[in-house]
Ligand binder design. Sequence first.
Ligand code: KIV
Length: 263
Amino acid sequence: MKAITLATLQAMKANREKFAVLTAYDASFAQQAEKAGIEVLLVGDSLGNVILGHNSTVPVSLADMLHHTAAVSRGNSKSLLIADLPYMTYATPEQAMENATRLMQSGAQVVKLEGGAWLEDTVRKLAERGVPVCAHLGLTPQSVHKLGGYKVQGKGEEAGQKMLDDALCLAAAGADLLVLECVPTALASKISDQLSIPVIGIGAGPGTDAQVLVVYDMLGLSPRVPRFTRNFLAETGSIQGAMEAYGEAVRNGTFPAPEHCFQ
Ligand code: KIV
């Protein structure tokens, strides 16, 4: 695999080629994923749940993210590396600049943040200063207490229109990528079609430009496996095989299947 850049992903979207994203939290898994040809690694703040044993991502600190981003970066050379800005580290544009700087200096190539149009100014400032940004809409786990649980978002015409407006606003402000989590399939397809930037779905149906899964979910290691995931380890018998099969299933459009989607 050649080193993946944002330009690679843009070209893949233009050519209607799908790409695969997996979370990674350490150097060994990063190496395995890169060897399996996974185009993008995400050091997700889901590490709060799957590595640190918290019951949400809210307790995850910037120090946690810096530590794991540096480890993944040491194990990776070719996949594009996104890292999450954790809870309340980007509440103002100034905080976002300072904390994104630290994530980038730990090895991130793109920073991800959760939220809608309120982030317009922050995304613009980061983009103007050369920091690539991945926005995240739909189920935004850092807001779980405000959302009242881990629920599908964007149901109904008004909520769907608001998500589309937020997506267009963040893309216009300079976001390079967008994650859509737990969104009805038709809405995620519509947003992906209307945006020129690549859209990465999780529980968002097959119409997005890419898919992301939490690596522990697709290996069947998480205690509660979400409906939108698939156990690729059970199918293949090895971690390397599971990652390769996942990448292949995303690229050939066999994952996600209807049972992984919300209508
Ligand atoms: O933290 C994470 O792993 C994420 C993905 C689920 C998109 O944000």
